[in-house]
Design a protein around this ligand. Structure first.
Ligand code: C2E
Ligand code: MG
Ligand code: MG
Length: 480
């Protein structure tokens, strides 16, 4: 019997050991999966936090994004409404940011935006909020403002901080900022209108010379409506043929003969009369209509130049201004070649004027396009040379024919002045074997100076003003 008991005991102990081992294994597994589950949960939490951050923040500057900001703003407005308090909304747009981006590259542009974001975030109080609205636009909300003077002082401080020079990748960048302000509840009581009014006020700052700030005022609303009308008017102008090209002679300074002409657009506005480009080109660029306008100009200028050639008055070149947006169109080359084919103008008679900014936007693609144009025989001019942020190095890289010295340099030529700048630009152009055209010649002194300094071509009111096609042809026929 005792044996039986011993055997049974041993069996039970064995079972117990197995059981314990299984329990231990199960426990170990449980522990492992516990740890796994914990890790998994942690990862999930981190991913979720990351996603939430991404959903609420701008990836470049890490500032709250528009959605998040609007939520914060709604909360603050509710709070202000309950307390009878005021708050200020600021719409901030950097001035000429595009120039930095175009000339120094997107990398530097991004670094600048990050630096601006940092300064903006540091310039406001804990209870305020800021966000990047997109591009080079930022929005800020100042909570608990007492009165307009208080807002004025705080915005002046923010503006001062934002516009102090930036040191970025060995470049010292000076950038302006235009700030529009609207006040809750003085101006309006809902978020969208508050944002819209601050935006309108910001535009008004831009229109009045930029780099400053302004409070929203009801008449500004009228101007916003006017801008809308302008867009409608521009579209109609194309349909109704309200544009006309004027031509300004480019004169060979050695021989005094007309070498070419620049086509300059004018708009016969049905109610406003004759408008110069500065009244509408900037706006046409903003709303994208510029591409349609540039195509019309190219067609009309080529048609006119060919018609003059056919009647025996041959200009060496007709120069056409091309906006950055148009140059960047994927079918730009096609459009130019098609226009030449349709009008029958020889490619050698066409010169396209591009600004430094346009050329610097994307240099690899730019060089390809310029080479294709020149391979076809078309000439390339850099317009307003010397006004961009560009380095001289690009002059060698870009295949170009003509440098047009900006009129501000020419305007600096006075009797007795030592015009080192103009002189240098002429020598650079001559050494690189480019044509050099001086723009905006208004006086005999300027003309003499340029002639004496080996500038080959001149353009300006002192020589010929821009003229409608018929008058231009008549004047030229008289001049020879
Ligand atoms: P831009 O291409 O530099 O054209 C020269 C501008 O200087 C013209 O102004 C011309 O009338 C003006 N100008 C000529 N001689 C003198 C002078 O002696 N003194 C002064 N102060 N100014 C002179 P405009 O016609 O008002 O055109 C202004 C700008 O608008 C042009 O500058 C060009 O950037 C743009 N633009 C003109 N036509 C077109 C166009 O068809 N398409 C595009 N995209 N832009 C155009
Ligand atoms: Mg031009
Ligand atoms: Mg120019």
């Amino acid at each position: 019997m005792p044996d039986l008991i011993a055997v049974e005991n041993a069996r039970l102990q064995g079972e117990l050991r197995d059981h314990i081992a299984r329990l231990q294994e199960a426990n170990r597994q449980l522990l492992i999966s516990g740890i796994n589950a914990q890790q998994l949960a942690q990862q999930l939490r981190a991913a979720q936090a990351e996603m939430t951050h991404l959903a609420h923040h701008d990836h470049l500057t890490t500032l709250p994004n528009r959605r998040q900001f609007k939520k914060q703003l709604a909360d603050h407005i509710a709070h202000a409404a309950a307390q009878g308090a005021k708050l200020a909304l600021l719409f901030i747009d950097l001035d000429r940011f595009k120039v930095v981006n175009d000339s120094l590259g997107h990398g530097i542009g991004d670094l600048l935006l990050q630096a601006v974001a940092q300064r903006l975030a540091a310039s406001v109080r804990g209870s305020d909020a800021v966000c990047r609205e997109g591009g080079d636009e930022f929005v800020a909300m100042l909570a608990d403002v007492a009165h307009a003077e208080d807002v004025s002082a705080r915005v002046a401080h923010i503006h001062h901080l934002l516009t102090a020079p930036y040191n970025i990748a060995h470049h010292v960048l000076h950038i302006g900022a235009s700030i529009g302000i609207s006040i809750y509840p003085d101006d309006v009581a809902d978020i969208d209108a508050l944002m819209r009014n601050a935006d309108i006020a910001m535009y008004s700052v831009k229109e009045h010379g930029r780099n400053s700030f302004a409070f929203f005022e009801p008449p500004m609303d009228v101007r916003a409506v006017a801008r809308h009308h302008m867009e409608v008017d521009l579209r109609k102008a194309l349909e109704q043929n309200e544009f006309e090209l004027y031509y300004q002679a480019q004169v060979n300074l050695a021989s005094s003969r007309t070498a070419g002409a620049e086509a300059l657009i004018r708009w016969h506005h049905p109610t406003k009369g004759l408008l110069l480009p500065k009244a509408f080109i900037g706006f046409a660029e903003e709303c994208g209509i510029i591409k349609l306008i540039d195509r019309w100009v190219l067609r009309e200028a080529c048609r006119q130049a060919k018609a003059w050639q056919d009647t025996g008055y041959a200009l060496q070149t007709i120069s056409v201004n091309i906006s950055a947006q148009e140059f960047e169109c994927s079918d730009f080359l096609q459009a130019v070649f098609a226009t030449l084919a349709q009008t029958g103008l020889p490619p050698q008679s066409l010169e396209l004027e591009l600004t430094e900014g346009t050329l610097m936007r994307d240099s690899a693609a730019t060089i390809q396009k310029l080479e294709a144009l020149r391979a076809a025989g078309i000439r390339i001019a850099i317009d307003d040379f010397g006004t961009g942020y560009s380095s001289l190095g690009y002059l060698r890289r870009f295949p170009i024919d003509t440098l047009k010295i900006d009129q501000t340099f020419v305007a600096g030529i006075h009797p007795g002045s030592e015009e080192v700048l103009v002189d240098s630009v002429i020598s650079i152009g001559n050494r690189l074997h480019h044509h050099v055209v001086a723009e905006g010649i208004e006086t005999a002194e300027q003309l003499d100076f340029l002639r004496a300094h080996a500038c080959d071509t001149g353009q300006g009111f002192h020589l010929f003003p821009p003229l409608p096609a018929t008058e231009f042809a008549l004047t030229m026929a008289g001049k020879g």
